[in-house]
Design a binder for this molecule. Structure first.
Ligand SMILES: *[C@@H]1O[C@H](CO)[C@@H](O)[C@H](O)[C@H]1NC(C)=O
Ligand SMILES: *[C@@H]1O[C@H](CO)[C@@H](O)[C@H](O)[C@H]1NC(C)=O
Ligand SMILES: *[C@@H]1O[C@H](CO)[C@@H](O)[C@H](O)[C@H]1NC(C)=O
Ligand SMILES: *[C@@H]1O[C@H](CO)[C@@H](O)[C@H](O)[C@H]1NC(C)=O
Ligand SMILES: *[C@@H]1O[C@H](CO)[C@@H](O)[C@H](O)[C@H]1NC(C)=O
Ligand SMILES: *[C@@H]1O[C@H](CO)[C@@H](O)[C@H](O)[C@H]1NC(C)=O
Ligand SMILES: *[C@@H]1O[C@H](CO)[C@@H](O)[C@H](O)[C@H]1NC(C)=O
Ligand SMILES: *[C@@H]1O[C@H](CO)[C@@H](O)[C@H](O)[C@H]1NC(C)=O
Ligand SMILES: *[C@@H]1O[C@H](CO)[C@@H](O)[C@H](O)[C@H]1NC(C)=O
Ligand SMILES: *[C@@H]1O[C@H](CO)[C@@H](O)[C@H](O)[C@H]1NC(C)=O
Length: 644
């Protein structure tokens, strides 16, 4: 059976606002659509059933509409409900006589077939030369993006008469390919009432409606007749029944209840009293080309306020105030993986050349990590080649190990455990021999380099027989331990005196808690202060670029809108409201690069401000609808722009 048809049609209910005159509920049924191109899913019967499951009852297709491999005598009448397709339409390799897309009004072309085509009608005939005769798309008035291609449809009637430049956007006029061998003799002619003889089929109901090429010059887009008063609003697609943005047949961008808009009502608004962006109680999310108060069940909200099926790779899903949202991950997104000895790694001895790829992007290891000599030697018994040392970098995303970390082999020419430099915590919930949560034995490294390690929650530490290793004995392990009973055993590494002679000692900016290696970024903690995890002597408070403030002995940057002060502090904290002086302008408590200009505020009004002589943002006169350069009506740019 077709796996692809699994997602059925979802129902989206749009409630009209309570102040709207129309109290009618408007309901549009949406479906996902498909991306199978010319792939056949199972038998002709399976393929048809999966098509029917996907599009039955669907009005708006969020992806592509693909009608393929439909054989003679199948009934496609369920396609009559479809009004909108957001991606492309592909009609190919069908032998069925009629494809009744009678109510399709718009193809948005957000995705194109073969890079150029929003509508492709290809090879619709079978071995017996029966095939598609009727394609009565009499309501198709608009293709927003993409061209049209008709190839090899020897039995198709009437469609060669269609004037595509009324439907297709002018940017795609070069991408209209209609082959000219298809005039089956048995076709009925277009009705004599059709404009210039253009029709989708016989009878007056199948005449092509023209809504662009017939418009008066004054019209910016579509029209419902040739007089200048027949122009549609420029938010309309396809056509209209009147001049307003609520009279469109279909919206070009977004539909908010009955009105077509460029964007959905914003989720945040500028609040002129607090000088901040606040949540807009009337904000809406975009779902396809509609504005909705809530995303449908099983959808999540992106940071742009659109409803999507799942968060993309750089974001993760969270629930906030009852809304499921996608949030940007800080660093790599969290991913929990099994450790050695668990799940797919049961009975595995070590991370090795075969399994290391399965640790890609892992941030948390549930279980233990073992790196044994067999990894680098390879193992003929389990048919494992030697591990390429470069592959160890895959482990760099690991921040947390719930069990223990055991390292008994490491590439000879690598001086520290660089692959674990982002490891923050070893929980020690399981221990090697029931005792150790960190064991580093018999390596040639000169320093451990575990500079992010902040906690070893349970279990003892053994660092032993690493003949070149310095620094390990400088570490105050008790600072890392989570319990009082934990012990560290640091033995048989390089002699401490020899280390000192070689200058392998902690950097002077480190505190006496010791270090993981020679650099100021290797300190367990700092003697003075730190900047980006590196120890420094002092913060750039009075001088130095960029200027900083200090919090918990960390140097943190002032907001870029703060004006650097000479021999004085520049800011008292993060954020543009903590500057001593602004670099550009000040809006309430906030330093800003420019005063708010045309930002959406309450009641659908735009907020405009100008900067006065003291560089303070002041509100324009309410009648200056395009902003101002000064106070009062005189500040409006030209008298003509003032609202009278
Ligand atoms: C083609 O016609 C023959 C004879 O009428 C019939 O047996 C065969 O099933 C037809 N093939 C298709 C694909 O319809
Ligand atoms: C589509 O039109 C563009 C611009 O006119 C042209 O560069 C491109 O080759 C066309 N593609 C096809 C497949 O005709
Ligand atoms: C298509 O073919 C017909 C008949 O062969 C011809 O009259 C007509 O001009 C052709 N149209 C185009 C667009 O090539
Ligand atoms: C019909 O065709 C004529 C001549 O080809 C053209 O001038 C006219 O604009 C067309 N009318 C419409 C409605 O497309
Ligand atoms: C290497 O990894 C593979 C896949 O996890 C496993 O089957 C094999 O036993 C491992 N070999 C050793 C020596 O750990
Ligand atoms: C790892 O993450 C990168 C970037 O987010 C992504 O492109 C890649 O497909 C991921 N690989 C695996 C195996 O998860
Ligand atoms: C370590 O040695 C290997 C092979 O001998 C070499 O390919 C690699 O570049 C060396 N790495 C370093 C960090 O020196
Ligand atoms: C430093 O800034 C404070 C607060 O703005 C101010 O009172 C003080 O006079 C400034 N000192 C110097 C030396 O500019
Ligand atoms: C917005 O409208 C409400 C209710 O009509 C009113 O109380 C409020 O003052 C208006 N706000 C602004 C900024 O005009
Ligand atoms: C501002 O516009 C309103 C209505 O548009 C008008 O009533 C008022 O007189 C105008 N104010 C000034 C000072 O022109």
């Amino acid at each position: 059976m077709g796996l692809y048809g699994a997602a059925g049609a979802a129902v989206l209910v749009l409630l009209a606002g309570h102040f709207s005159l129309s109290s009618a509920l408007e309901e549009k049924k949406v479906c996902q659509g498909t991306s199978n191109k010319l792939t056949q899913l199972g038998t002709f019967e399976d393929h048809f059933l999966s098509l029917q499951r996907m599009f039955n009852n669907c009005e708006v297709v969020l992806g592509n509409l693909e009608i393929t491999y439909v054989q003679k005598n199948y009934d496609l009448s369920f396609l009559k409900t479809i009004q909108e397709v957001a991606g492309y339409v592909l009609i190919a390799l069908n032998a069925v006589e009629k494809i009744p897309l009678e109510n399709l009004q718009i193809i948005r072309g957000n995705v194109l077939y073969e890079n150029f085509y929003a509508l492709s009608v290809l090879s619709n005939y079978d071995v017996n030369k029966t095939g598609v005769r009727e394609l009565p798309m009499r309501n198709l008035l608009e293709i927003l993006v993409g061209g049209v291609r008709f190839n090899n449809n020897p039995t198709l009637c009437n469609v060669e008469t269609i004037q595509w430049k009324d439907i297709v956007d002018s940017a795609y006029l070069n991408n209209i390919t209609i082959d000219n061998n298809s005039h089956p003799k048995s076709c009925e002619k277009c009705d004599s009432s059709c404009p210039n003889g253009s029709c989708w089929g016989p009878g007056p109901q199948n005449c092509q409606s023209l809504t662009k090429t017939i418009c008066a010059q004054q019209c910016s887009g579509r029209c419902r007749g040739s007089s200048p008063s027949d122009c549609c609003h420029n938010q309309c697609a396809a056509g209209c029944t009147g001049p307003r943005e609520s009279d469109c047949l279909v919206c070009r961008k977004f539909r908010d209840e009955a009105t077509c808009k460029d964007t959905c009502p914003p989720l945040m608004l500028y609040n002129p009293t607090t000088y901040q962006m606040d949540v807009n109680p009337d904000g809406k999310y975009s779902f396809g080309a509609t504005c909705v108060r809530k995303c449908p069940h099983n959808y999540v909200v992106t940071d742009h306020g659109s409803c999507v099926r799942s968060c993309n790779a750089e974001t993760y899903e969270v629930e906030e105030d009852g809304v499921r949202k996608c949030k940007k991950c800080e660093g790599p997104c969290s991913k929990v993986c099994n450790g050695i000895g668990i799940g797919e790694f049961k009975d595995v001895l070590s991370i090795n050349a075969t399994n290391i790829k399965q640790f890609q992007n892992c941030t948390t290891i549930s279980g233990d990590l073992h790196i044994l000599p067999v990894a680098f030697k390879g193992d003929s018994f389990t048919n494992t080649p030697p591990l390429d040392p470069k592959e160890l970098n895959i482990l760099r995303t690991v921040k947390e190990i719930s069990g223990f970390l055991l390292i008994q082999a490491w590439p000879e020419n690598m001086t520290d455990l660089h692959a674990f430099e982002h490891l923050e915590i070893i929980r020690g919930r399981t221990k090697q021999h029931g005792q150790f949560s960190l064991a580093v034995v018999g390596l040639d490294i000169t320093s451990l380099g575990l500079r992010s390690l902040k906690e070893i929650s349970d279990g003892d530490v053994i660092i032993s027989k690493n003949r070149q290793l310095c620094y390990a004995n400088t570490i105050n392990w008790n600072k890392l331990f989570g319990t009082k009973s934990q012990k560290s055993k640091i033995t048989n590494n390089k002699d401490e005196k020899e280390c000192r002679t070689l200058g392998h000692v902690c950097h002077e900016l480190c505190s006496p808690d010791g270090c993981w290696g020679p650099k100021p970024s290797h300190c367990l903690s700092c003697r003075y202060v730190s900047r980006h995890k590196k120890c420094v002597e002092k913060c750039n408070i009075l001088e130095g670029e960029p200027r900083e403030y200090m919090e918990n002995l960390k140097c943190l940057q002032c907001h870029p809108e703060c004006l650097p002060q000479v021999m004085n502090q520049t800011c008292t904290g993060p954020g543009p409201d903590k500057c001593i002086e602004c670099a550009h302008y000040i809006d309430g408590p906030h330093c800003v690069k420019t005063c708010p200009a045309g930002i959406m505020g309450e009641n659908d009004t735009l907020v405009w401000k100008y900067a006065d002589a003291n560089k303070v943002c002041q509100r324009c006169h309410p009648n200056c609808t395009y902003g101002c350069e000064g106070p009062g009506l005189e500040g409006c740019p030209t008298p003509g722009n003032a609202r009278i």
